[in-house]
Design a protein around this ligand. Sequence first.
Ligand code: FAD
Length: 378
Amino acid sequence: MQQAPTYNADHEQFRTTVRRFIDKEIAPHHAQWEKDGIVSRDLWRKAGAAGLLLTDIPAEYGGGGADFLTINVMAEEMARGVYSGPGFRVHSDIVSRYILHYGSEEQKQKWLPRMATGDVVGAIAMTEPGTGSDLQGVRTVAVRDGDDYVISGQKTFITNGQHADLIIVICKTDSSAGAKGVTLILVEGDRPGFSRGRNLEKIGLKAQDTSELFFESVRVPVTNRLGDEGRGFIYLMQELPRERLLIGIGAVAAMEAVLGWTLDYVKERKAFGKAIIDFQNSRFKLAEVKTEVKIARTFLDHCTALHLEGKLDVPTAAMCKYWLTETYGRVVDTCLQLHGGYGYMWEYPIARAYADARVARIYGGANEIMKEIIGRSL
Ligand SMILES: Cc1cc2nc3c(=O)[nH]c(=O)nc-3n(C[C@H](O)[C@H](O)[C@H](O)COP(=O)(O)OP(=O)(O)OC[C@H]3O[C@@H](n4cnc5c(N)ncnc54)[C@H](O)[C@@H]3O)c2cc1C
């Protein structure tokens, strides 16, 4: 088992910055954003100004030049308050990484500094109405026409879909070549033929915009291609372990917070003349939760340490995503029960956590796909 990663003074200072930003710019507005189904555009620029976007992208491209533990701090703090509205993770930790790793120098110079300031919001569009888990089956096509690609198709469930100015679109450049026909192409939000559908109504992540996107013969120059033609699937597979680790980080931070709120609640609330915690059932349930959270933290620290050493392999990242999100689901359900009717009320953070937790077992690769990956490695 790897050692827990060590945070230094810079990480702790960054944590203070993130907490201050959340208290001032996110917490007071989140309830309204949940009603609106979207955060304010202004938030993105404020987050950029506070240095909270693209924190681990090199400074030469406008990023913070920080390390993975800094990203970890950001993910933890956002998850702890169940402030799921801002789609910073997709923007900072997914879209910008693809541009950094597979983009041309010109693409990096053009997009990353503007993403770091929050002037440009990023999204990644893989899923389609007909296919999500089976990414090789995407039907959005990019047909070469001289120095352009002409893109036609439809995407759905796209995080930041309403705000996005720049979208990485997973296309087929060769429909007969399976995974080898997949190519990643950057599409700007103002291209003729591109349109956004509804901001989808969800059972959780209420303040996060999630949309359908339509591409009707959208013409982009070949220079918008990210990396090589036909290598898109390989790029996706290379980036996914880190993305799955990040989902695990969010799950563990959230379950630690959920346990904390529940302990406070059961000590305070009384029934039949005693505190809820004084019932043996409550203590046993909380003993189980505490144990699961402890194991989850230990396993997460192990995976994080592996990642820092460049050794987090695909099956272990799949275990991380699968087991931590399943555990989070169990933990939040048990803890909500101990809150009684108040746990079902939206104003209590545990209700938001319960609703938000569900999707973690579906996105980033459904947990059944994680088990397939682990199973194949046996
Ligand atoms: C809130 C939200 C945000 C999202 N954000 C994005 C985004 O930004 N970009 C993006 O591209 N996508 C996004 N997604 C889509 C998400 O990644 C997909 O929903 C997910 O990959 C599952 O695909 P699907 O919905 O098509 O389900 P399907 O592929 O239809 O699968 C349905 C179910 O079938 C089962 N199943 C499927 N395949 C197998 C198998 N091989 N073995 C066993 N069981 C299987 C699983 O239980 C699975 O959950 C988002 C989704 C949500 C809900």
